[in-house]
Design a protein around this ligand. Sequence first.
Ligand code: PMP
Length: 405
Amino acid sequence: MSYDMNKIREDFPILGREVYGKPLVYLDNGATTQKPRSVVEAMTHEYYNVNANVHRGVHFLSQQATELHEQARETVRRFLNARSTAEIVFTRGTTESINLVATTFGDAILKEGDEVIVSEMEHHSNIVSWQLVQARKGIRLRVIPITDEGELRLDEYEKLFNERTRLVSITHVSNVLGTVNPVKEMIRTAHDHGVPVLVDGAQSTPHFAVDVQDLDCDFFAFSGHKIYGPTGIGVLYGKEEWLDRLPPYMGGGEMIQNVSFERTTFNELPYKFEAGTPDYVATTGLARALDYVTALGMDNIYAHEQALTDYAMEQMATIEGMRFIGTPKHKDAVISFLVGDIHHLDLGTLLDRLGIAVRTGHHCAEPLMRRMGIEGTVRASFGLYNTFEEVDALVAGIRRVARMF
Ligand code: PMP
């Protein structure tokens, strides 16, 4: 498939709509992405023609639904380049994936006084999940500081390791700063200390190719809805040796082998972590979304979005009073900013009236806001279907709002 923008935009019907009588300019892809027809149609098709509960049925529909569900797992495996489908656990999203690891790793491995390393730029889901473990087990959170530009202080990172360090849990890409963290190097450092690493891939998977074997991460989490797939479905990749060591997360159907009141045994991987009826229609939708980005080419998506980001930063920098929050060397398609002393909420609300959808606030990263000495930002985040004309509309919109103040 070539990168034909007209064709791409036709694949996403919502992009053709208007808001307040203006063409929609959707720049909130960091929060969630729009869905191509192929995803919605595959899910509708499955509900109309295949629907039956998976795994336990002898009948035709159940077998067909199971086949689609397990094919989706194979599509995810290929997308991440995992060794085996046993390493692909379906969850509700990044948040649940991180909580699964925090809870089970916390129960099985962490003891009072043990340390988990996170960073100052984490999303709340990668902070609060560990604070819950902290409350139960008395662990200590160690925090990698960042520079004013929004890059991790790797010198400080290395100094955080000691004999009590048990896990590093870091984001691949910051949802506020756009920083692409050097996770491969950071994983090597952690492994040199015998410490496993969880990577939060919520903001990396939609923008560039990820290879979990090349990164050598021990766990990797991402959300379907941020990569053009349905809501309510996500993935936890875990190295088989780690998933084997961890206890189940939730109890119920699917995750057991045999149950008795005396003794219950658990299912093999990955089912041990998939209690209850999975969202087998959403897994099909996720697989079609991954097919979509794969056909377009992750490298082509990356190149397009980088060009858009560079152009946007260049154009926005010419606006009087423009302040970027996050100017790292390696920046992804996320731009957080403030203009003069205009409140971020006012700026976002007035842009909305021009048809431009951006996000405002703390972006679920309050510690990061505190570090940057601000309450919130306006955030424009790009997806594969955004155009240079939309960047022009954003820049013109910001100028117009700034003139009003
Ligand atoms: N981590 C990061 C970096 C994110 O950007 C988000 C979503 N904003 C999450 C985790 C949580 O993802 P979800 O809400 O899909 O579970």
